[in-house]
Design a protein around this ligand. Structure first.
Ligand code: SAM
Length: 236
């Protein structure tokens, strides 16, 4: 095998064991969330979970975790599993999390009756908050999440929880709304912190925003990684 011929059998086995460990973590984590409806790819969820856990120390040095657009809690659960990893490793729960889940829970335009992705909870109750809470409880993750039931821009304007180490934006996907979300939340993300966009490449508005940010050297962020439709930017 190219690149491994210099390695001993023990080193190769160690490498394989590490790779298998990552796949097992991904599969076991995804299995916990089979009951949660949503559009997040498991690779995207895994990246969010690992970023939450990895960004607690080092350059970022802690800070809050924020999600804009929670729907029924799929991405919220992945972010919360990152907090849970930290707590299990001995980080005090107040320093590890919680995940602040910002959503008015009334659904995006596409979730309304007649939209491209009409949702039965939105049509019946006008909210997905009940499903969100039930899904988090069933996954055993409710203790790691604090819902903030309000519009994104109001949440950003009133934000008083300090610097944000990771903000995941998955709200209204129009260009205008996603640009407003970015501008409103980016000001709370310090040097080394992450801002993540979902649905890049699948929704035109978010795709345009991500392309503009990647080209704009004065935006203060650099694109550092991505998987499927998740793009991760770090404050330079
Ligand atoms: C695509 S869904 C989020 C999906 C979720 N991240 C998941 O993993 O399943 C978009 C969510 O953004 C919320 N939303 C849309 N516009 C919003 C706004 N201006 N303020 C707060 N929430 C908003 C909707 O209520 C909806 O729940």
């Amino acid at each position: 095998m190219t690149g491994t011929s210099q390695l001993s059998r023990a080193q190769i086995e160690q490498q394989l064991a590490a790779e298998i460990g990552v796949v097992a973590l991904l599969e076991n984590s995804a299995a916990r969330l089979q009951h949660v409806q949503g559009w997040l790819h498991r690779g995207e969820g895994f990246a969010l979970m690992r970023l939450v856990a990895a960004s607690n120390a080092g350059v970022v040095g802690g800070g809050a975790v924020v999600e804009v657009g929670s729907f029924k809690g799929l991405s919220t659960c992945w972010l919360a599993m990152g907090v849970e990893m930290l707590v299990k490793s001995g980080v005090a729960s107040g320093q590890a999390g919680p995940v602040y889940a910002v959503d008015h829970f009334a659904g995006s335009p596409e979730h309304q009756p007649g939209g491209t992705h009409p949702d039965p909870d939105v049509a019946r109750d006008g909210t997905t908050l009940n499903a969100f809470e039930a899904n988090l409880a069933r996954a055993g993750l409710a203790a790691f999440v604090q819902p903030m039931v309000q519009p994104s821009l109001a949440g950003a304007a009133a934000w008083d929880k300090g610097p944000i180490r990771l903000c995941f934006i998955d709200g209204d996907h129009s260009y205008e709304a996603s640009r407003q979300d970015w501008n409103a939340w980016a000001k709370h993300v310090p040097h080394g912190g992450y801002l993540c966009l979902h649905d890049v490449g699948s929704w035109p508005g978010v795709t345009q925003l991500a392309e503009e940010l990647a080209k704009d050297l004065s935006c203060g962020f650099v694109r550092v990684m991505g998987v499927a439709t998740l793009q991760v930017f770090r404050r330079a």
